[in-house]
Design a binder for this molecule. Sequence first.
Ligand code: SDX
Length: 426
Amino acid sequence: MPNTVTLTDNRRGKSYDFNILDGTRGPSVVDISSFYSDTGMFTYDNGYTSTASCNSSITYIDGDKGELRYRGIEIEELAKSKSYLEVCYLLLNDAMPNELQTKEFDLELRHRSFLNEGLAQLFRAFPAGSHPMATLTAATAALSTFHFNHLELCKESEYQRMARRIVAKMPTIAAFAYRQSIGACFIQPDITKSYTENFLYMMRAYPGGKMHIDLDGERVIKEIEIKALDTIFTLHADHEQNASTTSVRNVASTGAHPYVAISAGVSALWGRAHGGANESVIKQLEMIGSVENVDAFIARAKDPDDEFRLMGFGHRVYKNFDPRAKVLKELQVQLQDELKLDSNLMKIARKIEEIALSDEYFVSRKLYPNIDFYSGIILTALQIPTSMFTPVFVIGRTVGWITQWIEFKKGKGMKIARPRQLYLGK
Ligand code: SDX
């Protein structure tokens, strides 16, 4: 049996054979790179619903099974038993770190978490009240000016240093973006704190780095908060060729600086159809306001003439439960009492979920809750301001973007991304 697909152009009565390429998991692909030269026509795939843009060995998703693997390891196992830093090491090195490697990696990221004073001053150019995603995008691109030598990388050690630098600095950039948005002074990283605790510290500390304690003398940053946020970072670390990763790879394909490619990823992620959905979910739950109003909003989501969509529902790939959403749902239950999750928002969310999982409109379109539907409630309970939900997504995803960038650069025969079009003009 030939390992090809034959396509017949009935207009011209001509047939063309294209090779089938098999992966180690998941669907095979039809190699149509010669399609235009063979047929004189382009293929058309609005939104790339059936298009593989590259080959990769980083992250695997089976949308029908609701399966997600980083370097072959299932997300449920990683979220339950590994720290976010171990997951970062796994993605970057395609191997889980041993104890010494974990310590060395952790120490290196702590030392690299500081920003050049000039970059810190950049934030001051923006008005207080600027959305943190806007300043975060600008600062990420500006980081390239302080490490311009990363434009020419060739040795593995250079790739690793470039990657560890931006993974280490992203929480500081995000925290500074937040502090700028509220007109507060910057809190420098504290190298005695872990990656995730440091982010919460830089967000919450008072001038001089002092942490207030609450009435019963408790430290403001609790272990359970650090663990919950660490899990959220892990769940967001990478996700195959989503819109923002595709943006990163497209910018990588032109030969631009890696940090401006990451900045392109940050920009793409901000949209509410993508990573910006987590902020929109909470705003939507607050707008719905009570369980009694849910039915009216469900009706709007189903109305083809109404732009309104149920934020946090649906996914291009998952036509089953998003496995990350399942982990977050369990986390919600664990945190329920400890972190005083907002019971009204929880009730509204549960009502939406209950209806959407049984309503024909959602069931027929396989619209399930995605990661953003649950993350917002937990982030709210972690006292993360709504404007910082997508920056939290950025922190988690930076390691995925830079790993995908490195894979692109090391790939054989990678070409500049340059799709064509169906022209409908004059
Ligand atoms: C993320 O790609 C990734 O991996 C992304 C991500 C990652 O980790 O990188 O997983 C993170 O972005 C998760 C998704 C967050 N976005 C949202 O929650 C926003 C709400 N969801 C939708 O906008 C939508 O579901 C998308 C954008 C997520 C997916 O869009 P698709 O695959 O292009 O699907 P579609 O727009 O073609 O919708 C198919 C049908 C349509 O109805 P019909 O035209 O067939 O009648 O489903 C309907 C849509 O109108 N539909 C919805 C809906 N999502 C799809 N109807 C109501 N509410 C929704 N949320």
